[in-house]
Structures are given as structure tokens and as C-alpha cells.
Design a protein around this ligand. Structure first.
Ligand code: GLC
Ligand code: GLC
Length: 808
């Protein structure tokens, strides 16, 4: 069942009922100021850090769901009132539509001859949400309506805001200045920032105190002030500060009126905080307000935002007969990659914004999906990440975006982390050719006294693996590898302990075949970087280590029909047919084959056939099988999940693309594309009632075949799934990706698409690639009409357009 449709021309998903199976959300903002917004205008906004600078309040895991947002109430002459977004009043609408687009959300509700259109966006370069509200009288009698706005302020620190009530109920402060309502809690003391909510029209009243506006025993669905038809002009003091305007709106038949609301954030220099004692200096707020005083200014800002997205999405463009594929590749997958770039794993409808910061492994992998759009910002991100590495090559598992410092609570010891840095840097260099980057000086552990060239960081990453090998010559796993929940050294027996950081035995026995696969896949990338930066002897040495690791995998990591997952603390096999539960895991099958291990021996195909047979389902590939049914203290969190969920045999979408890419390694494009279509959200639109999360973005997990709710997704938006699926489809199936000497064109996606073309901008030139596809995997290329050897189109000078024909 569908709950809307794609509007490809406008790059929007159009939701046509307020009752989607879960709040379907969007993100606003491109740089410092961000918002989450659901199809009912729920969600919140923050400046840079969702924990420390949260502007508006949101209530996670509440009933009804999606509590907190930007609410507009329309009160009719007879005292009835409704919300164009449906929630929270839930009065039946004659029409509802929500258009989630690239950085914009437009919600339209109609009732009793009145149309209300709410448009939300964060203009480029601004620290504000703009809400454009347009009311139209569709009927033939004049209308006298009242419009009420409502947002609830968060007292900045989102964690404190939900826990520290003994203090918070006494700190709230506001200021009122005509149509602008200021929130200035804690501004008197150490904060230099405040927020405001403004409307470009004279108001008939306002409220800034929640209890006055709603009534103590009322919810947002029955605000006292709206029911009475009159604001109370309340001035908050402690308790819960809010901002609500009321406007009298008269509309002749057919007439429309537009109001522009600005919900903004301002920082003042510490010595220029006050206009006079106790009164905040409002100059910056007024500047922001005057930038959006008229609907024309709003339109200009919308145009600028559209052009910004045209630019970003113009870098990789597909034109194929499959409209679902086009909309994934051209719009939604890339859009999601930008959101993961901005948010990492911090703020979504499943991540509260107060938990984790940026992940070392997560950010390096996310980069693979956005480096082509914003190489300069990828460069910056790599420098931030690398600065949280330790001198021994290990790394903080997470760091805070505001401070850019490593997070001590989680610490280090996730032994896959260091290798992802090499992959991230290689991706950036292929995109940009910026070789000087390797010489950039980067601190270890954020300590400028211990800085070294970036290349040295990569060297330490590579050697960290070699310095931490176990009894079979395979990499030690540490607290966990990519699979955060395979905790082979932690042995937690007490509820409330962290599975990852408790009781680490400093074991030097538990080994990961997954990290071994990564080493064989990423090691050659490192060797190539060395070679191309003038370290040929060292490169040769690195290649020997890689070859040795490959032999170790073949000798100790092959289980007969597939790759083993690990050896545990006691030296027992994990992911083997000898095990009663979890005999096979997806991760080593994907990464070992991506590394090319066992390809010439025919083992790779067998491993992938085992994936097909044992892990594949109608909704995607599960992580392991059979699932764990009881808790295995020696394996950790993985066995704590009920069968079929999350890392315990859920369809963990992040690693499905590894299998897709692996299938292309053995030349089986048909199967790769089949896997792609099972989890790519646009192909799941028709089963939205089962899938439940947004049909335009990937979710981290879909419940596996052993779960009660097989096919149901969770944790949409912020997941490495976005980057890896983009890499799988764009680089490996459609087969267009940058390499050091040129653009590789080697499609492998089976017979289904007989023709397609890709336009790729890279290093200033444009490549127009037309593919005639017979389902093979050895391409024949012509560049400017002339046949070339191999699959790499040499780089052209900036400004040039190159025509490429490919037959495969
Ligand atoms: C989550 C984490 C990621 C991890 C994955 C598997 O998505 O963000 O770092 O690799 O789970 O456990
Ligand atoms: C990853 C996993 C999650 C686990 C967490 C622990 O995000 O997906 O299941 O709880 O790591 O850090």
C-alpha cells in the first residue's frame, strides 16, 4: 500500500494522508542550523549540536507519537479550530498533502473552504527556519479567521531539559517586542545566544507561557487560548516558555494572504549582549528578520536553495528506463548521503540527538557517499577525524561535533576503526587529485604537539592491524569490529553495563576474519598511495603483508562453504557450520570477496551462493543465520537481541551492498541488481504498510525472517546504508567511479537495463557516458569515438566535455 507518490520533476515525495505508518520526516538546513520535520510539522531544530544548542522541544517516544513541532491553528468564525498538518487537533481535513523536498517541506491542509499552505525551510547561510503560511479563501463568502502559531522552547541543553526539572522550572525567561517573541533562558549568565519567533505582521496577541496558552490539564490538541479565540498575552517566568502569535485574518472570496514567520538563533559577542540592563541586544535578530520580511525575499531564498541542490546533484546523473532507479540514484540516495554527512548518527526520529557524536568508522564510510558532491568539506571532515587518532594507530570510536574532541566514555579499541581512515582518504584523493593532502599536518589525539603528516596517520592505521594479530595471524577484534554487537572480549553479566566497554579482557586471542577481509581490500589502497607518493619500497612491503593476510584467511578463515566470522576469546569458531546458532554471517562474505579473496580458487562464488541460500529473504539479506536464541556471554550484545532484529539476524541494510559489490566481483550483475532492488526504498513504496519507514530513504535495519514483524524497518535516515548503497549502485553496478588516472567505466548489473547513460562531473570536466548493456562485465570503451584499451577514461582538462561509449 502507498501513502503518497514521488514527484520526480520537483524532486519531492508527496504524502497524501496524515496517517502514514510512522512519522515520515525530512531535514532542513545545509550547514550550521538544522531541523527535523515530519509530515505533520513535528520535530525540532538546533544550532550545530543537537544536544547542546537545541532550540525547540521534542518529546521522544511519546503518545501520541511525534509530540512537539511547529503548530498552526486556524480558528473559524464558529469557534471550531483545526490544524492544516492534521496533528495535534486531528480535525478531519478535506484535503491533506505534504511535500518533502530537498531542504523544504510544504504541508497543505484544507477544511471548510479554507486552504492553508505551510512551507518550511532553512535558507542557505542562515541560522533560522522560515515558515511561510499562506491562507486562501476557497469559498464564496468573506471569512474572518484567527491564526495561532505555537512552538515550545527547549532550554538549550536537550539532555538537561528532559531531566533537571528542579532547576529548569525556575530558569525560563523571555522578552516580547511587538511581533517578535524572544527566548533568553540563561542569557543573563553564561550563554551569549538567544532565539526568537517572529511574524511579519502586527499581531492581535501573543503567549510565551505554556500553561497560560494550553491550560495546565490540556494538551496541544485543545489549547485554552485557541478555544477562547484570544491570546492571553502571557509573559513566561520559569516553567515552560513558548512562543505563540495570534493574527486576525480577513479573506474575501478567492483571496490569499501570506505571512512569513522566522524562527531564528542569534549569538552575540560576550561584550555586546545587552541593549540596556536586562534587555538583550536585538540588532542581529532584526537583520535576520529583515532578510525575510517579504514573500519575494522568501522566493529568492528558495531559488537559491534549489540552485544549490541542482549543483550538488549535477555531479552524478543517471538517465535510465527505470524510473525508480533514476529517483534513487539522482535524488534520494544522494540527498540522504548529504544528511548523514551533516548529522552523522546524532539526530533523527530514532537517535535523540543527545547520545552519540560522530563515529570514526561511520564518518569515514559516510564520506564515500558525499565526497563527489562536496570534496572540500570531505577534506575538512577527514582532518577532524584523523585528529582523533592515537599515536599507536588506534582511534577514539566517537568524537563530539562541537568540540571535535574524542569521547572518553566510549574510548577506543574497535579494531576496524583505523582502516576506514585509509578508505576515506583514498576516496577523497581519487575524487580530487589533491596529493598535497597527504602532507597536511594533523595532530594525534588533538594534541598539536604530536602532529604528523596525514600519510603518517595512514601508516599507523595499517600497522595497527599488523601489531595486533592473534594466534592464526588474523587481526584481533578488540571491543568489536564493524559489528558493534560482536563483543568477544567483554563478557558482560550484569544488566545496565555497556556491552562494548565493560570488562574488556585485553584478550589477545579473539580474531576477526572481517577485519582481515578489510585489510586485504584496503591494504592495496594504502600500498598504492605509498607508491604514488614516492615510497615504492614501502609499498612493496605493504603488499607482502596483504598477501600474507590473504593466505591466513584462506588457511584459517574458510569454513568449507563460506568464510568464518571470527575466533572467540577461547579460540572457538564463530560463524561456522560447527556452531549450533549463527553458522554464517554476512560481513566476511561481503568484505572477503570485495577483497578478491578466493575468487580464483572458486571459493568466492561458493561463499556468495551460501549467502543466497541461507541469508537471502524477500526483503533483503539477513546478517546471520540461524539467529541466536539465547544470550551468549562470550559473544556479547549480538545475542541480546530477539531473533530477527538488529545485529541478530536482522536485515542490516548497511552490509547488503557489500554483497552486491561482491557479486559484481564475480561478474554476477543480475544477482547484484536483484539484491539492490530488495532494499532500495523506492522499490518498496508499494509495501509501505509493511516497511513502515519513509519510502524515499534507507533504514538501518529491516526485521529479518526470524522476526515477528519480518519486513518492518527501523532507524531510517542516519545509517551507513546510504553511502554504501550509493557506492554499490553508482560505482559498481552502473560502474562509474573515479580512480587515480581517470574515470573508470565498468558496469555490471545484469541484463535488465539494455541502455542507460551517466553524466559525471569530476575535477572540472564533464563525462557523458552512454552504455549499451548486454549484461556482461568486460566493457569496451570508445572515447570521442575512438576505441581505448581498458576501462579507464583518462582525465580531461577542466572545462572539457568528453563523450564516452561503453558496450558491455
Ligand atoms: C550502527 C553503527 C555502526 C555499526 C553498525 C553495526 O549502524 O553506527 O558503527 O557498524 O551499527 O553494528
Ligand atoms: C550499533 C548497533 C546497536 C548497538 C550499538 C552499540 O549502533 O546497531 O545495536 O546497540 O551499536 O553501540
Amino acid at each position: 500500500m502507498r501513502f503518497g507518490h514521488f514527484d520526480d520533476a520537483n524532486r519531492e515525495y508527496v504524502i497524501t494522508t496524515p496517517k502514514t505508518p510512522y512519522p515520515w520526516i525530512n531535514y532542513l538546513g545545509t550547514e550550521r542550523f538544522f531541523s527535523l520535520i515530519s509530515h505533520q510539522a513535528g520535530g525540532y531544530c538546533f544550532y550545530r549540536d543537537a544536544r547542546l544548542r537545541r532550540l525547540t522541544r521534542y518529546r521522544y517516544n511519546n503518545t501520541p507519537t511525534d509530540a512537539g513541532g511547529r503548530i498552526f491553528y486556524i480558528r473559524e468564525e464558529n469557534g471550531e479550530y483545526w490544524c492544516p498538518s492534521f496533528m495535534p487537533v486531528k480535525k478531519k481535513l478535506d484535503r491533506f498533502e505534504c511535500r518533502h523536498g530537498l531542504g523544504t517541506t510544504k504541508i497543505t491542509g484544507e477544511r471548510g473552504g479554507v486552504r492553508a499552505e505551510l512551507l518550511f525551510f532553512v535558507p542557505l547561510g542562515q541560522t533560522a527556519e522560515v515558515h511561510r503560511v499562506r491562507l486562501t479563501n476557497l469559498g464564496d463568502r468573506p471569512r474572518r479567521l484567527k491564526l495561532f502559531s505555537y512552538v515550545e522552547w527547549c532550554l538549550w541543553n536537550a539532555h538537561d531539559d528532559t531531566t533537571n526539572f528542579q532547576r529548569n522550572f525556575s530558569t525560563g525567561e523571555v522578552e516580547i517586542d511587538g511581533s517578535t517573541l524572544y527566548h533568553k533562558t540563561e542569557y543573563r549568565e553564561r550563554r551569549n545566544h538567544y532565539a526568537f519567533y517572529h511574524v511579519n505582521e502586527k499581531v492581535s496577541g501573543f503567549d510565551t507561557d505554556r500553561e497560560s496558552f494550553l491550560g495546565l490539564y490540556n494538551g496541544a490538541h485543545e489549547p485554552d487560548a485557541v478555544a477562547r479565540g484570544e491570546s492571553k498575552n502571557s509573559v513566561a517566568s520559569g516553567w515552560a516558555p513558548i512562543a505563540s502569535h495570534s493574527l486576525d485574518v480577513e479573506l474575501a472570496p478567492g483571496e490569499s494572504k501570506t505571512f512569513v514567520f522566522v524562527l531564528g538563533y542569534v549569538e552575540n559577542p560576550p561584550d555586546a549582549k545587552w541593549e540596556k540592563p536586562g534587555i538583550i541586544d536585538k540588532r542581529r535578530a532584526r537583520e535576520l528578520i529583515s532578510a525575510f520580511a517579504t514573500p519575494e525575499q522568501v522566493n529568492q531564498a528558495l531559488d537559491a536553495l534549489r540552485r544549490y541542490w541542482d549543483g550538488l546533484l549535477g555531479v552524478y546523473r543517471l538517465d535510465s528506463p527505470d524510473e525508480k532507479l533514476n529517483r534513487m540514484v539522482n535524488v534520494w540516495n544522494q540527498y540522504q548521503c548529504m544528511v548523514t554527512f551533516n548529522m552523522s548518527r546524532s539526530a533523527s526520529y530514532f537517535e535523540t540527538g543527545i547520545g552519540r557524536g560522530m563515529g570514526f568508522r561511520d564518518s569515514n564510510q559516510d564520506l564515500l557517499g558525499f565526497v563527489h558532491m562536496v570534496p572540500e568539506r570531505a577534506r575538512e571532515r577527514i582532518l577532524d577525524i584523523a585528529a582523533t587518532q592515537f599515536p599507536d594507530g588506534s582511534a577514539y570510536h566517537q568524537y563530539q561535533p562541537l568540540t571535535k574532541r574524542g569521547n572518553n566514555e566510549v574510548g577506543s579499541g574497535f579494531n576496524d576503526d583505523p582502516l576506514w581512515l585509509i578508505l576515506g582518504v583514498a576516496a577523497y584523493l581519487k575524487e580530487s587529485g589533491d596529493w598535497a593532502f597527504l602532507n597536511e599536518s594533523v595532530p594525534f589525539d588533538n594534541d598539536p604537539k604530536r602532529a604528523a603528516p596525514l600519510l603518517e596517520h595512514l601508516r599507523r592505521s595499517f600497522h595497527h592491524v599488523l601489531e595486533n594479530l592473534g594466534p592464526h595471524g588474523l587481526p584481533l577484534i578488540g571491543r568489536a569490529d564493524w559489528n558493534d554487537c560482536l563483543n568477544l572480549n567483554c563478557f558482560s553479566e550484569t544488566p545496565d553495563e555497556s556491552f562494548q566497554t565493560t570488562g574488556n579482557r585485553e584478550g589477545r586471542t579473539a580474531e576477526s576474519i572481517f577485519i582481515a577481509g578489510m585489510f586485504v581490500a584496503i591494504g592495496p589502497e594504502y600500498a598504492e598511495l605509498l607508491e604514488r607518493s614516492g615510497h615504492a619500497a614501502e609499498a612493496a612491503e605493504a603488499r607482502k603483508h596483504v598477501a600474507r593476510m590473504e593466505r591466513a584467511v584462506l588457511e584459517h578463515g574458510w569454513d568449507g562453504e563460506w568464510f568464518l566470522r571470527a575466533y572467540d576469546f577461547f579460540g572457538n569458531k564463530v560463524g561456522s557450520r560447527d556452531n549450533a546458532e549463527a553458522q554464517i554471517f554476512i560481513e566476511p562474505q561481503g568484505y572477503c570477496v570485495m577483497a578478491g579473496i578466493g575468487v580464483k580458487e572458486g571459493l568466492a562464488q561458493r561463499a556468495l551462493d551460501a549467502v543466497k541460500e541461507r541469508l537471502d529473504t524477500r526483503y533483503g539479506i539477513v546478517l546471520n543465520n540461524p539467529p541466536f536464541t539465547r544470550y551468549h556471554v562470550e559473544l556479547g550484545e549480538i545475542s541480546s537481541y530477539p531473533p530477527g532484529y538488529k545485529e541478530n539476524a536482522g536485515i542490516f541494510c548497511h552490509n547488503n551492498p557489500w554483497i552486491m559489490i561482491a557479486e559484481t566481483v564475480v561478474g554476477r550483475g543480475d544477482r547484484a541488481f536483484e539484491y539492490y532492488k530488495k532494499i532500495a526504498p523506492a522499490y518498496l513504496e508499494e509495501i509501505s504498510e509493511i516497511h513502515r519507514t519513509e519510502p524515499y530513504v534507507y533504514a538501518q535495519m529491516i526485521a529479518g525472517k526470524d522476526a515477528v514483524r519480518h519486513g518492518e524497518a527501523k532507524n531510517s535516515w542516519l545509517t551507513g546504508t546510504a553511502a554504501w548503497n550509493f557506492v554499490a549502485i553508482a560505482h559498481h553496478l552502473l560502474g562509474v567511479r573515479p580512480e587515480y588516472d581517470g574515470l573508470r567505466v565498468s558496469p555490471c548489473l545484469g541484463k535488465e537495463l539494455s541502455e542507460f547513460s551517466v553524466t559525471r562531473r569530476c575535477r572540472g570536466a564533464t563525462y557523458r557516458i552512454r552504455v549499451t548493456n548486454r549484461g556482461g562485465s568486460t566493457p569496451r570503451l570508445k572515447v570521442g569515438g575512438k576505441p581505448i584499451e581498458g576501462a579507464i577514461v583518462p582525465w580531461a582538462a577542466a572545462g572539457q566535455t568528453v563523450d564516452v561509449e561503453c558496450e558491455v
